[in-house]
Design a protein around this ligand. Sequence first.
Ligand code: ATP
Ligand code: MG
Length: 566
Amino acid sequence: MSEANENSGKPEANNFIKDIIVKQRQQQPGKQVITRFPPEPNGYLHVGHLKSICLNFGLAEQFGGRCHLRFDDTNPVSEDPEYVQAIKDDIQWLGFDWGEHLYNASDYFDNLYEFAIQLVQKGLAFVDDCSAEEIRELRGSLTEPGRESPFRSRSPEENLDLFERMRKGEFEDGAKVLRAKIDMKSPNINLRDPLLYRIRHVLHPHTGDKWCIYPLYDFAHGLSDEVEGITYSICTLEFEDHRPLYDWFLEVLETPNRPQQIEFAKLHLDSVVLSKRRLLRLVNEGHVSGWDDPRMPTIRGMRRRGIPPEALKNMVESIGVTKKDSVISMSTMDHFIREELDRTCPRAMGVLDPIKVVIENYPEDKIEILHGPVHPKNADLGERDIPFTREVFIDRDDFMEDAPKKFFRLKPGGKVRLRYGYVIHCHEVIKNDQGEVAELRCTYDERTLGGVTPEGEKKVKGIIHWVSTTKGLSAEVRVYDRLWTTANPLADKEKDFIEFKNPESLVVRKAYVEAGLKGTPGGQRFQFERLGYFYTDPIDCQGDQLVFNRTATLKDTWAKLDPLKN
Ligand code: ATP
Ligand code: MG
């Protein structure tokens, strides 16, 4: 079908914006796809932004166009260079590139001022002396038309003079504004003489004290698109009602480029709080360790958790692009994470909650090298060496003292296979003073190596993972889980959402991992067999210190856990 339809194999998800572009390019061959991603540098990017990034950069890529990164700094608040850097970094991590096209909305303050002058000259903008309060009152409501400002009939000459004096700083903040002159009776409130400029005597992080008047978003945004030569200005649905205004500016100013605004539905994830204000609270009050805490829905957090960028991009691709709001479940997100990690992660064994097993009939100083595949579906990656010794750790979950019949792991008097190794038989349970299982005494059957069941013996069903106590490596494993105990922590308006924080969203384990992981640097992904996917922490993995973050479990745990699944 289209040139953008390259990812053959998988069924393509709905993307109505792509369809529009394909159609337009058929009618208008050579029409370029120039998009932009316009973040406000007032926080870290989160999973919601992801959709917009993938869409804007993705479309540009697919159609051989380009996507600009434009920081929206129309609002002259001090911006944090940390956010600017983090946003750039996160977009690059996702694998997108804006090339030379890095801009700030403030780059266009001169152009915008020129546009404003043109509107005044055309009699399409006026300086209003009404206060913010009065303007609000005159604006009307959804059911009531607005009323015209008493200053609306000022002549273009008077307006030009006043606007010029606004720019020069002759008036106080709030004393005057510049407004478009459109239609106070329009059913669309955005067209009721919207504000274009207001006076604010503050320094701007990029333009310093050059300006004391600042353009408002609607005016600045579309015309920045125009100046940059953007062809498709893709934004979220709440801007649908702003489109007539977006188009009005382009039309009355008779601009050459005429970008087209197209709105799509936001990405919503259940069990996730996305608002910057609330995320900031989590960070500032120490409920999480920072913006990059692996429980945070920020790109940073997801990165540190070990989620690969491909998984996120695949997820966004599969959701498609529509005009209908929908909520993506965490199960869906995890599905894409698992799919990618299963394909790419080398395997290893790790024991997160160790109990010691002593294999009494195994020689004390013998070390045997057993073998497991690096990846069960990719023999090319070869095998890993796994030292086996008389003492090993197994996970506490894999032993049960009063086990039901169907429990196929280890139990007193029972047998289990140690993965890639021997069948062991448990004949004694040793407890500590608190009555907890401290050690298991077992014997092994040397005939059973390599999955062999000796003649006349019953096949042992259970296979468990293990790590040698002397050859294995100690590691810290951070077991991350859902941050909230309910699907929507904001639903109960009586309660502070913080109350719904899952107290077990982080459990730190003193674990043991396979010897072969010695010296693993930060930033590596593994599957711990039978347990899940883990990522060596890029900050805390230093020297011989091994720290793993759990990225995902092996199976869907959300559906089961979710008491609110409705
Ligand atoms: P927040 O409401 O969290 O402060 P924002 O929309 O104000 O987010 P911006 O930095 O202005 O944050 O957003 C940059 C771009 O990301 C915008 O084009 C916006 O439409 C888009 N975006 C933000 N949230 C989502 C979302 N949940 N789904 C899709 N796109 C989004
Ligand atoms: Mg915004």
